[in-house]
Design a protein around this ligand. Structure first.
Ligand SMILES: Nc1ncnc2c1ncn2[C@@H]1O[C@H](COP(=O)(O)OP(=O)(O)OP(=O)(O)O)[C@@H](O)[C@H]1O
Ligand SMILES: [Mg+2]
Length: 229
């Protein structure tokens, strides 16, 4: 088994073809250790969401290789990507994407039921995951009853369902006030430091940078070593 949680080499991503082809990633080499809490920052359009989506088996790289816990996801067949994603990655999308018509607990348990868990076991596990993120009593409420920060923590609980080793979050604090943003970030950090998950957070939010083990900067589709002032 590889020592690295994530190993990306020479990753390129081209959107579109011919005259409208756009190279969003221009050769990204990026490694993350197991249990590391990394923030990925960079200007709008620099390729952050693209990189996160490739690491999360949501998008395919045009070129290059990506290994997650030793498994080469770039060599995988298209039809195997969803199951690779399920076993390796919990994704927290920007804007949390909770289903409004379902209770908070059902939002968290849905993926477990899709994986074949019984309804009863999925519910017990989702209540446990919600308690872990400080939302023990809110399982039966609809998402609209929760604050922005609480919803973002539901999204974290949902990403943890099935305990994938890698947790990827795309701008989880973007719509939150400073205090909720800090709490959400602390929850994500604890997943790495206390539970051994490998966590990458895409963020522009300089209020939370101090919590990172490492900040990686991406500009114009490339990783740059030194943050620009
Ligand atoms: N589906 C797509 N088709 C064509 N171009 C795309 C597509 N998705 C992203 N791009 C382009 O690729 C580049 C990188 O996009 P990406 O979403 O990864 O940036 P980002 O760093 O996440 O930006 P932001 O901070 O605004 O979220 C941008 O120039 C974008 O316009
Ligand atoms: Mg983005």
């Amino acid at each position: 088994m590889s020592d690295w949680a994530i190993e990306a080499r020479g990753v390129r991503k081209v959107y579109g073809e011919g005259d409208i082809a756009y190279q969003a990633l221009r050769g990204v080499d990026f490694r993350v250790a197991r249990g590391e809490f990394v923030m990925l920052s960079g200007p709008s359009g620099s390729g952050k969401t693209t990189l996160l989506s490739i690491l999360g088996c949501v998008l395919r790289a045009t070129e290059g290789s990506v290994r997650l816990y030793g498994t080469d996801i770039t060599a995988a067949k298209e039809r195997d990507l969803p199951s690779l994603r399920m076993s390796h990655v919990g994704f927290i999308f920007q804007g949390h994407n909770l289903i409004a018509s379902m209770s908070v607990a059902d939002n968290v348990g849905l993926l477990l039921e899709l994986r074949g868990w019984s309804r009863r076991d999925a519910r017990a596990e989702s209540l446990r995951l919600l308690a872990d993120v400080g939302l023990a009593d809110l399982g039966d409420r609809p998402p609209r009853d929760l604050s922005g920060g609480q919803r973002q923590r539901v999204a974290i609980a949902r990403a943890l369902a099935g305990s994938p080793p890698v947790i990827l979050a795309d701008e989880p604090t973007a719509s939150l006030d400073a205090q909720s943003g800090m709490k959400v970030t602390e929850t994500l950090k604890a997943l790495a430091t206390e539970r051994g998950h490998t966590v990458i957070v895409v963020t522009h939010d300089n209020r939370i940078y101090h919590l990172a083990d490492r900040i990686v900067r991406i500009e114009d589709g490339r990783i740059v070593d030194e943050p620009h002032a």
